[in-house]
Design a protein around this ligand. Structure first.
Ligand SMILES: Cc1ncc(COP(=O)(O)O)c(C=O)c1O
Length: 360
């Protein structure tokens, strides 16, 4: 089925964190208590000082933000070692995706699947033809390729050498490479922050970042794009004015300066991820190789032989108060896998207890 019709016809909620729709689907009351493992947010956030900061700055809502977001963009530029004109501040990583896609209006773009559905939706919205491609697919005739690194929904992190090979092929085909790094700060990898330094040599590269996941501020909406000055200018003129609110823009510099929060997040990930992966595998689940703050998994062969499918597990988990993310609408997964967030030790322990009860 072509990508377009698959995401448009899905009867399942399009994103994680949509408890009400799933509870209704499985006939559970709307007040059924749940722990949300369907949205991938940093369980350590937001940083402790954020509520007091917001209170102190709330009176700023009575004026318009700086339409050019100079201070926020300078903080991001300094953080990544690029120039301010290579930074576009956006209303979440989501807006950055839609602005990058708008550069392909009326053209053709490749999406490395299975992956986040919003690339296809954004491309479709600007009349671009969406092609599901694999890494070896020729890039000639494509205006851009979307790569999610680490990838949602499996958490796989394409090696830097492979990204570089893809970049070289994209340059030769006069095609842009758009890398969504929404989860890169929630990834255990020494090269996690290597791509911004490649922008100088690769004018066809666009990087998209989210600050909502790492800092646990999805309701505030904060993200940005990094690219050549020309591509940033092209995206900026498609962005509505004041797209990012005053409080979100003001938080950029203090958030980026909080190195203690970043270090604590890395420590949690490094300890908790392998511990949970082993615990899930010990319970007979097949876990896709990944490097970030969520797991793509399905019942292993032995469980599947007993008739335990991902959908059965989804329903059991929901009954036990655990909201998992279905994979309907993901090319090649089609509901046969589930995605579960990595949370703090207490919540992860609760998940394992519910899983034990389900699989007993
Ligand atoms: C891969 C990926 N990119 C971008 C986003 C958008 O993030 P934000 O909340 O910053 O808009 C998401 C949200 O789920 C995502 O999964």
């Amino acid at each position: 089925m072509p990508l377009r019709s698959r995401y448009k016809t899905s009867q399942w909620p399009r994103h994680g964190g949509q408890a009400a729709a799933l509870l209704a689907r499985f006939g559970l009351p709307p007040d059924h208590p749940i722990e949300d493992f369907s949205a991938n947010l940093n369980p350590l956030g937001p940083p402790d000082w954020v509520p007091a900061w917001l209170e102190r700055h709330v009176s700023e809502l009575t004026r318009y933000p700086d339409v050019d977001y100079v201070a926020a963009r300078e903080a991001i530029a300094a953080h990544h070692g690029v120039s301010r004109d290579q930074v576009l501040l956006t209303n979440g990583g989501g807006e950055a995706i839609f602005l990058a896609a708008s550069l392909c209006a009326g053209g053709r773009a490749g999406v490395l699947t299975p992956t986040f559905n919003e690339y296809a939706r954004a491309l479709d919205g600007v009349g671009a033809e969406v092609c599901e491609i694999s890494f070896t697919h020729p890039l000639d005739g494509l205006d851009a390729v979307f790569l999610c690194r680490p990838n949602n929904p499996d958490g796989g992190l394409l090696a830097l050498v492979e990204v570089e090979a893809l970049l070289a092929r994209a340059a030769a085909a006069d095609c842009r490479l758009i890398v969504d790094e929404a989860f890169i700060d929630l990834t255990v990898d020494e090269d996690a922050n290597a791509l911004p330094a490649r922008l100088a040599a690769h004018p066809n590269l666009i990087l998209l970042r989210s600050m909502t996941k790492f800092y646990t501020l999805p309701g505030l909406r904060l993200g940005y794009a990094l690219a050549s000055e020309a591509l940033i200018a092209a995206m900026a003129c498609r962005q509505p004015p004041w797209s990012v609110n005053q409080l979100a823009a003001g938080l950029v510099a203090p958030l980026l300066a909080d190195s203690d929060f970043a270090a604590r997040t890395q420590a949690w990930l490094t300890a908790e991820r392998p511990r949970m992966q082993q615990a899930l595998e010990r319970r007979g689940l097949e876990v896709a190789p990944g490097a970030t703050c969520f797991f793509l998994l399905r019942p292993g062969v032995a469980l599947r032989r007993q008739g335990i499918t991902a959908e059965v597990m989804l329903e059991w988990l929901l009954g036990g108060g655990i909201l998992a993310r279905h994979t309907h609408g993901y090319a090649g997964l089609d509901g046969e896998w589930l995605r579960l967030a990595l949370r703090d030790e207490r919540a992860n322990h609760r998940l394992l207890k519910v899983l034990d009860a389900c699989l007993r």
